[in-house]
Ligand binder design. Structure first.
Ligand SMILES: [Fe+2]
Length: 249
């Protein structure tokens, strides 16, 4: 984060503190259950960079993560940091933060009766799903470059097209590594159903193509029918030059 960075006014009402001592035993158990179940699949199917991020950040099934400790690691590795927030931010504030390498994260965890799915993000989606990739420099630079474009785009149609790029990379991205398909998008990483759908062949896999991504509508209420696989993280970072040209920013 730049030393000159000022938290955007419209993000301020959403900022909270992580009150670690207030997590209950049930909430710690929820983290452990979700972590263990996802890692069984991810050890084989997540990309190398994600698994390396898990290990660098010291994320384990033993305890829910402490945001300050994650920040100490991220600052050294990629100059990103997490900022605890109460929930979804307005789009502009969200991208202003990401463009400053600040990731707004929720710190609450889903209830034990809705382990499968939570419509709102929670610490499991945000930290377990997103943050390990932020420890990888090329991906971390991609996310910042994307956000810097997104914050400058001000009409609905362009925002929707850019949202598709976010969806098909940051949220549901796949990558080919050593001839195998691996997962890196947080929505697949953190969801057993979405990941199993990809692994079991229920989802069409297309080669990443910027134009096609920008024209492929997002499905939010069903398992993903088609997703895009990249060959390297450099590929999506390099694509941001073309994205700037397309959106004239
Ligand atoms: Fe997400």
């Amino acid at each position: 984060m730049s030393e000159l960075f000022v938290i955007p006014e419209d993000a301020k009402p959403y900022i909270v503190q992580q009150k670690y001592e207030q997590y209950t035993t049930v909430e710690q158990d929820t983290w452990k259950y979700l972590y263990d179940r996802r890692m069984q699949q991810l050890r084989e199917h997540a990309c190398q960079e994600y698994l390396e991020g898990i290990s660098a950040l010291g994320l384990t099934d033993e305890k829910m993560p402490v945001v300050e400790r994650l920040n100490a690691v991220l600052q050294k590795r990629t100059r990103w940091m997490l900022l605890p927030v109460s929930g979804f931010l307005p789009g502009r504030a969200f991208f202003d933060l990401l463009a400053a390498r600040v990731f707004p994260t929720t710190t609450y965890i889903r209830k034990s009766d809705s382990l499968e799915y939570t419509p709102e993000p929670d610490i499991f989606h945000d930290v377990f799903g997103h943050v390990p990739m932020h420890a990888h420099l090329v991906f971390a630079d991609y996310l910042q470059a994307f956000a810097d474009i997104a914050r400058r785009v001000d009409n609905d149609a362009d925002q929707e097209r850019l949202g598709r790029l976010f969806w098909y990379t940051v949220e549901f991205g796949l990558i080919r590594q050593n001839g195998k398909l691996k997962l890196y998008g947080s929505g697949i990483i953190s969801s057993h159903k979405e990941a199993s759908n990809v692994i079991d062949g229920g989802c069409r896999i297309l080669d990443f193509d910027l134009d096609r991504v920008l024209h492929t509508a997002v499905k939010v209420d069903e398992l993903q029918p088609a997703l895009f696989a990249i060959d390297s993280f450099q590929q999506i970072y390099d694509a941001t030059r073309e994205v700037r040209r397309v959106f004239k920013v």
